[in-house]
Design a protein around this ligand. Structure first.
Ligand SMILES: [Zn+2]
Ligand SMILES: [Zn+2]
Length: 219
């Protein structure tokens, strides 16, 4: 027998017809949202606490690339290279248009300038390889060197994710961003499965909302 059916029997053993009618009325009020104090238990929400939890990030983005972002220093790496090999590391051949990266790109790991970076994935042009530290970084196709904001947590350049009349939303798409890793780790087993199908319903990555108001609208 179902839990609810057993409960009906239990109620009937404890209450009179009149009392039961009052209970039913009380429950109808709850279901119709007429009782602000009591809400039915939200089973889905309880099992998926991070689903549609679209909180606004309290930390504003950085306006300039973070000084501390590169974990390694490309200048030091270059001089170490020269000491060991007896000749300097040659920059990338920028005449090859297939691998040539936009001016202004820098390596996320060591800070090497674009002369040492090249596209590593052919036509897709989304993966930068650094000749100095050999690391790979992702370049979002919609956003290359026009970064306006940088992630508060990892310093990665934010890309323009959504643009509406009233707001532009920028997002950090660094898979190693501490903010992303922390939020991802918070998901429970059910949520991890759900996030695979409905990733847009989970806010895992750092976001910044830039509102556009005209002076007229603020009056
Ligand atoms: Zn590098
Ligand atoms: Zn980040």
């Amino acid at each position: 027998m179902k839990k609810t059916a057993r409960f009906v029997i239990w109620i009937c053993s404890k209450f009179t017809r009149e009392e039961i009618e009052e209970i039913i009325q009380g429950l109808l009020d709850v279901l119709a949202n007429r009782n602000p104090e009591v809400k039915p238990k939200d089973d889905f929400k309880e099992k998926h606490p991070n689903y549609r939890n679209f909180f606004v990030d309290p930390n504003p983005p950085l306006k300039v690339p973070s000084e501390t972002t590169p974990k390694l220093d490309w200048r030091k790496l270059l001089s170490t290279y020269e000491e060991k090999r007896g000749h300097p590391l040659k920059p990338v051949d920028t005449r090859n248009s297939k691998t040539k990266v936009p001016k202004g790109s820098i390596c996320n790991i060591c800070g090497a300038p674009y002369q040492y970076l090249y596209f590593n994935d052919g036509k897709k042009r989304s993966q930068l390889k650094c000749k100095v530290c050999s690391s790979l970084s992702q370049v979002h196709p919609r956003h290359r060197n026009k970064a306006k904001y940088f992630c508060y947590y990892c310093g990665y350049s934010l890309y323009l994710w959504k643009k509406r009349r009233d707001v532009s939303i920028y997002k950090c798409d660094n898979d190693r961003c501490p903010c992303f890793l922390k939020n991802k780790a918070k998901l429970n087993f059910r949520e991890r499965i759900l996030a695979k199908i409905k990733s847009s319903q989970f806010k895992l990555r750092y976001q910044y909302r830039e509102y556009h108001f005209t002076e007229e609208e603020l009056k």
